[in-house]
Design a protein around this ligand. Structure first.
Ligand code: HSE
Length: 412
């Protein structure tokens, strides 16, 4: 059986490397007499690369070659990835993709084409890099009602937060390190503004709840405004700040989904997930908590998930693996302000003692936080639980202080 790769960046070249390195065992596991990489599509030149002779620049060569049965898409971005992937599926080729932007935006359409054409569209690598999560959710945990899922789903931001917290390094330096390691997206805005984690929680939520959750429906905040003062207060509160993606069922028929930096208590299993590692905490009604942990980004971990999907495609040429979700409309996802949470608030006040009295009068029970060498007038506290709308309305009435930072407390 012949395979083609579209996109020879960090991940695509990792796929070629793994296919070559473990060629014998992969071929055996794929239950084919031979499994060969035939083409690599990329607009760039790679002089001296061991795969140079496989390089092509014309997509139609792959599309029109009937011997190519499995196509790996590691191009990233929506266009032309969407056009290429849908053309391959329509031509009767199975497609394996690591492209979370594509799956989050067009998953329902592509899964439908795959079903109509009786081919596979698999995307294990699109969430959690090398961590198995798509298959466990759709197969191993299928007996459960999954009522909540929390994830640290972006390796770059977790790497940045860990280095800032543990080594006191500044944001720009650590971002550069993440780029050098091949963790960050081409445009790292997608990482640091939370869009990448948003796409991933959309894929997981779509899979769990059977309805396509589009990224535009999910309230998303990034980590660029996190200050070392917040890190210190979080520590004194008994936790850490993590970029948390969360989705939970509301009243059995709606969904709450948010991506934002949040305070995570040290008692949570997610609090100790550091560096480029990702973790996903799944709460099922039969299993209770299940945690998936591993390298969420990087060349070989991601390639590992892709090649496993290629093997699966090769093994399922007659009986296709159908899993997926339906299209749905926006009111499936509730307004995040209507959900209950508690908030961490750091603020500045000219008269701190009066401000604390006002805070207690307005919010009732709050936990006041302190830190060493806090500048005069700085106040930090954690509220009790209420709807986010009620908490923010109360905060808006407190003219005696100027909020500097507002973060959710993740109940994971
Ligand atoms: N930029 C992504 C991350 C790559 O840092 O997690 C893996 O999807």
């Amino acid at each position: 059986m012949y395979v083609a790769i579209m996109g020879y960046g960090v991940v695509g070249s990792g796929v070629a490397e793994v296919l070559a390195k473990n060629h014998h065992s992969i071929t055996k596991k794929s239950m084919q007499s031979e499994l060969e990489l035939k083409y690599i599509l990329d607009i760039r030149d790679f002089p001296g690369d061991p795969n140079e002779k496989l390089m092509i620049k014309d997509f139609n060569i792959i599309l029109n070659d009937d011997d190519v049965k499995v196509v790996v898409e590691t191009m990233g971005g929506l266009h032309p990835a969407f056009e290429f992937v849908s053309a391959c599926l329509k031509a009767g080729k199975s497609v394996v993709s690591s492209n979370k932007e594509l799956v989050a935006a067009k998953g329902d359409e592509l899964l439908k084409i795959a079903e109509e054409k009786n081919v596979n569209f698999l995307f294990e690598a699109s969430v959690g890099g090398g961590i198995p999560i798509i298959r466990p959710l759709s197969q191993c945990l299928a007996a459960n009602e999954i009522y909540e899922i929390y994830g640290i789903l972006n390796g770059t931001t977790n790497f940045i937060l860990t280095k800032m917290i543990n080594e006191g390094l500044d944001f720009a330096t650590v971002l550069r390190m993440a780029q050098e390691n091949g963790y960050a997206e081409k445009d790292p805005t997608a990482d640091i503004e939370g869009h990448d984690a948003c796409r991933k929680i959309c894929i997981l939520a779509s899979l769990i709840y059977g309805k396509h959750v589009y990224p535009d429906w999910v309230h998303t905040e990034g980590i660029t405004k996190i200050d070392l003062a917040d890190v210190e207060y979080a520590k004194n509160w008994g936790g850490v700040i993590k970029l948390i993606a969360c989705a939970k069922e509301v009243d059995g028929e709606k969904l709450y989904a948010v991506v934002s930096p949040a305070l995570v208590a040290n008692t949570s299993q997610l609090s100790s997930v550091d560096d480029v590692f990702n973790a996903i905490l799944v709460k099922g009604d039969a299993t209770g908590d299940v945690v998936f942990y591993g390298r969420g980004a990087g060349k070989l971990p991601t390639a590992s998930a892709i090649v496993a999907d290629v093997i699966d495609c090769c093994r399922h040429t007659k009986e296709k693996k159908f899993f997926g979700w339906e299209s749905c409309n926006e009111n499936f996802v509730i307004d995040y302000l209507d959900a209950e949470t508690s908030l961490y608030i750091r603020a500045k006040a000219e008269h701190p003692e009066d401000a604390v009295a006002e805070i207690q009068k307005t919010f009732g029970n709050v936990t006041l936080l302190s830190r060493k060498d806090a500048p005069a007038g700085e106040i930090a506290f954690v509220t009790d639980t209420d709807t986010e709308r009620a908490l923010r309305t109360k905060l808006d009435t407190l003219h005696i202080l100027e909020p500097l930072s507002v973060l959710r407390i993740a109940n994971c």
